[in-house]
Design a protein around this ligand. Structure first.
Ligand SMILES: [Zn+2]
Length: 74
């Protein structure tokens, strides 16, 4: 019976998880010490948030209140 590999299986707290940065695609180590995870850096997070924000702006192109607004100057 071989149990040599049993120690490597299961929970391995020292295992490093490589993830791909959603912004630039760079593989980097996912760490809870990284406040910008899953991004590789602060810049990438800012870029992605900016893209997401502008994207949501377009998605949220719902009818404005302009139709309901009564302009007294007219
Ligand atoms: Zn990145």
């Amino acid at each position: 019976m071989s149990t040599t590999s049993s120690a490597d299986k299961g929970s391995n707290p020292n295992k490093k998880l490589e993830v791909r940065c959603p912004s630039c695609g760079t593989m980097h180590t996912y760490s809870t010490d990284n406040p910008y995870r899953p991004f590789c850096s602060k810049g990438c997070k800012a870029i992605d948030l900016g893209a997401w924000a502008s994207e949501s702006y377009r998605v949220e192109a719902k009818p404005t209140t302009e139709d309901l607004r009564d302009d007294p100057s007219t």
